[in-house]
Every structure is written in structure tokens, then in C-alpha cells.
Design a protein around this ligand. Structure first.
Ligand code: ZN
Length: 148
């Protein structure tokens, strides 16, 4: 089995059996909705942060396999991380997606399977949609905390 085949399998696995899928009706979560008109992807991400720790990550979307699987991988990757570390992880994921060197001490696990996406610029927005929503949620939570 070559590495690309393995990567594709991980992506299809998260697409068919997404982790942490489904939204909650709970206003202690920060909710961010984003769409990707170039592919028709829609993604909503909800984050719950308690004492700077991410205690839950939810996602719900419709779209291509890259977008939906990537949101599942994002939820697993960011779960139980501190808010600051989560922002670092997201930053490294964006580096990986662009085909740049990334910090393997920060970004680990299934997320690395998306490094092949760098060869397909049209799919970069698909792969990053859920991660961008999570980043915006974290930034909004930080702003809320600053303004009391
Ligand atoms: Zn897409």
C-alpha cells in the first residue's frame, strides 16, 4: 500500500464515519458558519472553551469528502487542547495545506494526510473550511473574554 492510498483511506474513513458530528443547542458554545462557494461546501463549527481549554468541538456541514472529512479530523485534533495551542495547530495545518514545511511537534495525527492537497489548489478551501471556522471561533472567544 503506498502512502497516497493510505492517506485517501484515512480521508474516506473520516468522511463516512465523522467524529463529533452534529450541533448542540447550547449558547455556551461559540458557533461559526462558513461556506466555500467554489465547491458548494457549507460548514458550521461549534467550540466550547472552559478556562482556556477546549472541552468540546462540534461540526455539521454539507460538501465534498475533503471538506467534511477535514472537519472531522479538525474536531479530533483540537479536542482537549488549550485555546492558544489550538491556534498554533491550526496555523501549522494552514502551512501544511499550502505545501510549506510545518512543525510536526505541533501538528500530529490524521491531519497530516491532507498534505497532498497542496498539489490541488482548488481543493485548499475545501480542506481548510472547518479549520478556518474553528480559528474564527477561538478568536471570537478571546475577544469576548477581553471585553468581559
Ligand atoms: Zn469542497
Amino acid at each position: 500500500m503506498n502512502i497516497e492510498h493510505l492517506y485517501r483511506q484515512v480521508i474516506m474513513d473520516h468522511y463516512k464515519n465523522p467524529k463529533n458530528k452534529g450541533l448542540v443547542a447550547d449558547n455556551s458554545y461559540m458557533t461559526v458558519h462558513l461556506n466555500n462557494p467554489s465547491c458548494g461546501d457549507e460548514m458550521t463549527v461549534q467550540l466550547k472553551v472552559v478556562d482556556h481549554q477546549i472541552t468540546d468541538v462540534r461540526h455539521q456541514g454539507t460538501g465534498c469528502s475533503i471538506c467534511c472529512s477535514s472537519a472531522s479530523v479538525m474536531s479530533v485534533t483540537l479536542m482537549n487542547q488549550s485555546d492558544e495551542h489550538a491556534l498554533s495547530i491550526i496555523h501549522e495545518f494552514f502551512e501544511l495545506i499550502k505545501g510549506y514545511p510545518f512543525n510536526t511537534d505541533v501538528l500530529k495525527g490524521d491531519a497530516i494526510v491532507y498534505q497532498g492537497v497542496a498539489q490541488f489548489p482548488a481543493r485548499i478551501k475545501c480542506a481548510t473550511l472547518g479549520w478556518k471556522a474553528a480559528e474564527q471561533a477561538l478568536i471570537k472567544l478571546k475577544e469576548d473574554a477581553r471585553h468581559g
